[in-house]
Design a protein around this ligand. Structure first.
Ligand SMILES: [Zn+2]
Length: 64
């Protein structure tokens, strides 16, 4: 595996970790309940770029 691919894999794993940690609490931003992914408050679509809203990450004490 190239170092580029390895870095991409690690980044994906880290995002999964952050999201799973964030989902231990409900989201103060979009009100997603525990275990459900954050959604964009404007269009209802799942967040694409972030694992969760940053306020939820804060609430779950996930540091990036
Ligand atoms: Zn949210």
């Amino acid at each position: 595996m190239t170092s580029w691919a390895e870095g991409r894999r690690e980044a994906a794993l880290w995002r999964d970790y952050e999201r799973s940690e964030a989902e231990q609490v409900s989201c103060p931003e979009c009100e997603a309940p525990v275990g459900e992914r954050c959604r964009n408050v404007h269009d209802g679509q799942p967040l694409g770029r972030l694992p969760a809203h940053w306020r939820r990450l804060k609430a779950a004490e996930v540091e990036s």
